[in-house]
Design a protein around this ligand. Structure first.
Ligand SMILES: C[S@@+](CC[C@H](N)C(=O)[O-])C[C@H]1O[C@@H](n2cnc3c(N)ncnc32)[C@H](O)[C@@H]1O
Length: 219
C-alpha cells in the first residue's frame, strides 16, 4: 500500500485539543520502557532534545523517568506549544528542567551539546522524511544518543481499519480520523532503513509492536 502523507503541522484547535486530552498511557509508557531497555548500560543524564513534542506528554514522562535531565522540546505548531506551556504551568517541579520552543525542526538552531535526541510520532508527519534525519545529523554531536519511535504503515487498508478499531475504538471521531490518516502516512520498516542509509547514520531500525518501529543508537 502506498504512503498517503497527512498534513504536516497539527494546527486545528479541535484536533489539538483532542490530541492533548487523549490517553496515550499504553504507547507512551512503552516509549519510556523500550528506551530504558535500549540504553540500560547508560547513565541517563544531561541535555535532551525532544523533536516534534506536541503537547509534551512524552517530554513530561521522560523528565519524570530521568530526573537528572533537562529537556528542550520543540514543535512547529505554536498552538501545540501553547498547550504544552499550559501543562507546564501546572507542573512547577518541571519548570526549571523543561523548555518548550515553537520552531520547525529544520529551522531550529542551538549551540547546545545534546546528550540525547528523542522523538515520538513526528516522522510520519513529515512530507520529506529526510528532514528528521538531517536534523539529527545537524543537531547531534558524536556522542549523542538517539531514540525515535513512530508508526509503521500497515500493508493494507483492511489492516489500517483493524488497528483503528483495536486501539482507538472508544476515542472521539477526530482522533480516530487522525490515527487512520497517520497510519496511511507512516513509513514501512524498509523505507526507514533506506532513509537511515541515505543519511549515513549508524542507527538500528526495529519493529517493536504491531504498529510501531524504533530507530536508536549512537550517531
Ligand atoms: C503526532 S504529533 C506527536 C507529538 C508528541 N511527540 C507525542 O508523541 O505526543 C506530531 C507533532 O509534530 C509536529 N511537527 C510536524 N512537522 C514538524 C516540523 N517540521 N518541525 C517541528 N514539529 C513538527 C506537529 O505539529 C505535531 O505536534
Amino acid at each position: 500500500m502506498n504512503r498517503i502523507p497527512e498534513p504536516e503541522l497539527m494546527v486545528q484547535p479541535e484536533q489539538i485539543e483532542a490530541y492533548a486530552k487523549a490517553d496515550f498511557e499504553e504507547p507512551h509508557s512503552n516509549f519510556i520502557k523500550i528506551f530504558k531497555e535500549k540504553f540500560s548500560d547508560q547513565n541517563i543524564q544531561g541535555m535532551v532534545l525532544d523533536l516534534g513534542c506536541g503537547p509534551g506528554d512524552i517530554t513530561f514522562r521522560f523528565a519524570e523517568a530521568f530526573p537528572n535531565t533537562k529537556i528542550h522540546a520543540i514543535d512547529g505548531s505554536s498552538e501545540m506549544i501553547n498547550y504544552a506551556n499550559i501543562f507546564l504551568s501546572e507542573k512547577p517541579n518541571y519548570q526549571k528542567r523543561i523548555q518548550f520552543v515553537s520552531s520547525r525542526i529544520e529551522e531550529y538552531e542551538t549551540d547546545k551539546n545534546h546528550d540525547f535526541i528523542i522523538s515520538n510520532s513526528l516522522l510520519h508527519h513529515l512530507p520529506d522524511p529526510m528532514v528528521l534525519w538531517d536534523s539529527v545529523n545537524n543537531l547531534g554531536f558524536e556522542t549523542t544518543k538517539v531514540f525515535i519511535m513512530d508508526l509503521l504503515r500497515p500493508e493494507s487498508l483492511d489492516e489500517v481499519r483493524m488497528l483503528v478499531e483495536i486501539y482507538a475504538k472508544d476515542e472521539p471521531d477526530i482522533l480516530k480520523r487522525d490515527f487512520h490518516r497517520s497510519l496511511l502516512s507512516a513509513f514501512s520498516l524498509s523505507e526507514v532503513e533506506k532513509q537511515i542509509e541515505i543519511a549515513k547514520l549508524d542507527l538500528k531500525v526495529k519493529q517493536v509492536s504491531d504498529r510501531h518501529l524504533i530507530v536508536y543508537g549512537s550517531i
